[in-house]
Design a protein around this ligand. Sequence first.
Ligand code: SF4
Length: 218
Amino acid sequence: MKIAVNKAHFPVTVLGPGQRIGIWVQGCGIGCKGCVSQDTWAKDPGREITVARLLTWCREVAAGGFDGVTISGGEPFDQPQALRALLKALHQWRAALDHKFDILCYSGYPLTRLRGRHAGILELLDAIIAEPYVENLPITQLWRGSSNQSLVPLSDLGRERFLPFIDAAADSFGKRIQTLVEAGRVWYIGIPARGDMAALEKACRERGIKFGEVSWRQ
Ligand code: SF4
């Protein structure tokens, strides 16, 4: 089974508790206005890799220990068969470890729709952050891009790990963005405040740095 992946990174510390493996899938048919990840929208078979290869990468980068896996995008539920295969592989890996990592997934679809169409996938998650990004709603809660988005634990482990954070404020841990440079690109991981990317672009332009392609417009 193959899955289209935009990028993957370890450690991610701003999209869920602890040190996490971050996997961003490629392809999103939702198209929320103001999405900062528009580079993930297009379906791109050229970005497909096997679930087995992705798992091998996960095992290598997190060999020293980790707390969880965050799957985002893109829209993970636009590749339901691949998502299910990835989750099953993560469960097999978890069963063989002597410490439990949690699995958190983002989706821009309403939770009611996911419960109706993808109950079998939800059973494989410990928590989900669902609902579309709404540009004119504020960022109030930790790990969420707009105030309509809910963090819902889905398992005993999910309740143990995520219940303390359901009502946590967006800036509970201070740092909300990670930056990394990889393959000649600068990546921002996390939930930027409204206007952050435009302000960053302006500040860089004033210092003579002009952005080429950016993910927040097409
Ligand atoms: S915010 Fe998420 S669901 Fe909405 S368009 Fe962007 S990638 Fe898709």
